[in-house]
Design a protein around this ligand. Structure first.
Ligand code: ZN
Ligand code: ZN
Length: 233
């Protein structure tokens, strides 16, 4: 099944009225996705507990052993592939905020049993926020918070400069692009925090944010992300 962007948009529009599955248009009750489509999303099987990248036996991967990231753990729901990529884009650029609820509650299910002091949504730069009108990471985090009972604390961190979109840059330029991009508010010291984001690509932004939070005294940082890019095999 190859759904075009236009098809997906019309399915999304219909779902608001009729609660049809956004992917296959079958009746889906209260949910955006029917049970069959939800079960078909590209799951992450065995992953490195620190970066959520591929790791056959679920052990800490070679990359994390060689260059330990500033964050302590990463939870990712799905591989960033069809149709998850379409859903993320529909939230971000199509403003389909109902998807933030679907993502946020799915994330809450995935992190059941984990303990953190607060959720920190990946902040957007001021210009990007004006352009988009909302921060998708904050919208997702709100729903994860509602379902888990953890507080959302967007005030703990802000993006002090607008950086070039990471997707426009080659991988090796991404770390430099985000260096010094974040600033912490008060109240970070000694806390265990979960950074919530939609997509983890190279992890450069998450790494820089974790480094900034740790420098401000954070005890432990976990990344809770909806999707993670996955190397093609
Ligand atoms: Zn479906
Ligand atoms: Zn790893």
């Amino acid at each position: 099944m190859a759904l075009g962007w236009r098809d997906l948009r019309s399915l999304l529009a219909r779902s608001v009225l009729g609660q049809d599955c956004v992917l296959c248009a079958a009746p889906s009750g209260e949910r955006l996705l029917c049970a069959a489509c939800a079960a078909d999303l590209p799951q992450i099987a065995a992953a490195c507990p620190q970066c959520a990248g591929p790791s056959p036996r679920g052990a800490v991967c070679g990359a994390c052993m060689t260059h330990p990231p500033a964050f302590d753990a990463t939870i990712a729901l799905w591989r960033y592939e069809f149709p998850v990529d379409r859903l993320v884009l529909a939230l971000k650029f199509g403003g389909r905020l109902a998807l933030a609820e679907a993502f946020g509650t799915a994330l809450a299910d995935q992190v059941a049993g984990r303990r953190v002091d607060a959720l920190v949504p990946m902040p957007l730069g001021p210009a990007r926020l004006v352009e988009r009108g909302f921060n998708q990471a904050l919208e997702i985090a709100r729903h994860t918070a509602r379902a888990t009972g953890f507080a959302v604390a967007p005030e703990l961190v802000r993006r002090v400069r607008d950086t070039a979109p990471q997707t426009d840059l080659p991988h090796d330029a991404r770390a430099a692009n985000v260096r010094g991009a974040f600033e912490c508010g008060l109240g970070v010291a000694g806390r265990s925090l979960a950074v919530v984001d939609d997509v983890m690509t190279t992890g450069a932004s998450l790494e820089e944010l974790a480094r900034t939070l740790k420098r401000a005294g954070a005890d432990r940082i976990e990344n809770w992300v909806v999707a993670r890019t996955w190397p093609r095999t």
